[in-house]
Structures are given as structure tokens and as C-alpha cells.
Design a protein. Structure first.
Length: 117
């Protein structure tokens, strides 16, 4: 398989009140996906299902993220999600809670050899 990176997109998401790291990560993915209208699969004659999608989501507590829920955000493609430490936990002024900020980087690649089969 000769994967060729075609697109890299970035996003940010938050969980302001519920301290839900999965929700913040999902919002970061949506932010990356829905700020762009890319028809890269169509442009190269690939079906959307041929997209190889690698998503990296960064939050302060990766152990609290449900990766399976993040995969569900993607409407198509062959998706892998990796959650790493990053993002921000921002203390509330009252000191009794935090707001969670997640960052996402999404790479879309295609198997260029499959185009010649």
C-alpha cells in the first residue's frame, strides 16, 4: 500500500461545564471536519470509503476519552483515532471546576496504488 497524504485539518473543541473529555474531543474533530468542504476523494476518483483517516486528539486526561465514540463522528473512511496528552484544562474562577479544551489533527490519505489496479 502506497499511502499519500492529501489533507491535514486541525480543530479545537471544548467541554465548558461537564468536564467531558470525549465530548471535547468529538467537538474538536467536528471543528476540523466541518470548517472545510473538501471533495478530495471525488477529485481523484476514489470512493469516500477509500479515505484513510488518521485522527490525533490531545486532551489533558487521555484516559478519560472513549476512542470508539470519536470514531463514530466520521461519516465514512477507514478511521483510526489516537488520543494523546495535550489540550488544556482551564480552571473556573470559582476554583471548583474546569473547562476542557481538546485539539485535533486529522490526516486524510489514499492508497495511490489502488488507483492503478
Amino acid at each position: 500500500m502506497a499511502l499519500k497524504k492529501m489533507v491535514v485539518q486541525f480543530g479545537m473543541g471544548t467541554s465548558i461545564r461537564s468536564r467531558n473529555y470525549t465530548q471535547a474531543g468529538a467537538r474538536a474533530i467536528r471543528d476540523a471536519l466541518w470548517h472545510h468542504s473538501l471533495n478530495v476523494a471525488d477529485a481523484f476518483g476514489f470512493p469516500r470509503t477509500a479515505m484513510v483517516i488518521d485522527a490525533v486528539v490531545a486532551v489533558q486526561r487521555p484516559d478519560l476519552v472513549d476512542e470508539a465514540e470519536l470514531i463514530k463522528v466520521f461519516p465514512y473512511g477507514q478511521v483510526t483515532v489516537r488520543v494523546i496528552e495535550g489540550g488544556l484544562d482551564v480552571p473556573k474562577p470559582s476554583g471548583d471546576s474546569i473547562s476542557v479544551i481538546a485539539n485535533a489533527a486529522i490526516t486524510v490519505s489514499f492508497d495511490m496504488e489502488a488507483a492503478h489496479d
